[in-house]
Design a protein around this ligand. Structure first.
Ligand code: AHG
Ligand code: MN
Ligand code: MN
Length: 332
């Protein structure tokens, strides 16, 4: 199928949205496109402006903040606030949800404003990830509790990939659409779609093998199972890029929990964040015919208990994720 759907038209294709939600979703999509366009321009100038290094701070995750983490935080907070459609914004870069438009907002949003930021120093690909949720009726007054409850009701998710071209990929849950930035026009133009994992599942595996000795035995068994199997190893270290490549070419991305070594480091509960990394990618994977799991169960079945919750993530084409699940479930 070679059908193109404009960004503006996407919400109109969604039967499950009320008229105000369709209008609100359109505004939030514009905000992501406007922020993505602005970020693409700023990132291109990063090395010339000396902006590709650390900002000299540590974020709520205990990770070194890069200058562009903070710039992306400010750019997207501004464009999303201007929609008037968002109550609370959860971000990797802020400990608490930011209240944007109060109860007049239609949605809650969770974002990873700059994903793969360690690639900035080498002009490697980075991304931005978003998930938009529908507030539940009679939600708690505590903003974190309100957002957590809304996570069970996603409206759409999206990512921007900043690489040799800047792409915007969006799903409302039914299908995945992609758009490419035309820098001369300053617009995201539709690419043919919908986008789906290729038939057969593909043969790319993306993981940080340097952590493997600190994985649980089941994940090490999976890695061993690849030896002799027909597969290609590809790992950029930016979830958006690794996921996008695997979506286009067929593959699987894994970031299992890893135990601390010598009493330090490690991410026993996984490194990636449920609300603004795992869930948005899981929604896109499912809508493209793939799946995402936490090592046992679907990511979309993981109960959200903390806005910055981490989770092991295995995501990709369905046959490869099912093969992974078979291997980790087999008795050692
Ligand atoms: P972020 O830059 O938002 O903190 O995310 C980085 C994440 C993810 O994008 C990537 O796949 C993973 O961390 C890479 O981790 P390692 O460097 O440990 O492999
Ligand atoms: Mn990230
Ligand atoms: Mn980030």
């Amino acid at each position: 199928m070679d059908e193109r759907v404009g960004l503006d038209e996407l919400p109109d294709k969604e039967a499950g949205l009320s008229a105000p939600e369709r209008e609100g979703a359109r505004k939030v999509l514009w905000a992501l496109a406007a922020g993505g366009r602005e970020m693409a321009g700023l990132l291109a100038l990063g090395p010339l402006k000396g902006l590709t290094g650390a900002a000299g701070a540590v974020n709520v995750q205990g990770e070194e903040v890069q200058a562009f983490d903070e710039i992306a935080q400010e750019v997207f907070t501004r464009t999303i606030r201007e929609t008037g459609a968002v109550r609370c914004l959860v971000s990797e870069e802020r400990e608490s949800p930011e209240i944007l438009n109060g109860s007049s907002g239609l949605f809650h949003v969770a974002m990873d404003p700059l994903d793969g930021s360690s690639n900035l120093a080498v002009s490697g690909p980075v991304g931005s990830i978003f998930c938009v949720f529908r507030p539940s009726a009679g939600e708690p007054s505590d903003p974190s509790a309100a957002v957590l409850r809304s996570v069970l009701s996603p409206v759409f998710s999206a990512y921007v990939l900043y690489s040799v071209s800047t792409l915007l990929v969006v799903t409302f849950g039914r299908e995945v659409r992609q758009f490419a930035l035309d820098p001369a026009r300053g617009e995201f133009l539709p690419l043919p779609g919908p986008l789906r994992f290729p038939g057969g599942g593909g043969d790319i595996v993306s993981l940080n093998a340097g952590n493997a000795s600190r994985w649980r035995e089941e994940d090490q068994r999976y890695l061993r199972s690849l030896s002799g199997a027909p597969y290609s190893a590809r790992y950029v270290g930016a979830l958006v890029m690794d996921f996008h490549r695997n979506l286009k070419k067929g593959g699987i991305y894994l970031y299992p929990g890893d135990m601390p070594k010598g009493g330090s480091g490690g991410h026993p509960e996984g490194k990636l964040r449920l609300l603004y990394e795992a869930i948005p990618m899981a929604l896109i994977a499912r809508a493209a015919g793939g799946e995402a799991v936490d090592g046992h169960r679907p990511i979309l079945d993981v109960p959200p208990v903390h806005i910055h919750q981490r989770v092991p993530l295995v995501v990709g084409s369905r046959p490869l994720v099912e093969r992974y699940l078979r291997i980790v479930a087999a008795p050692s």
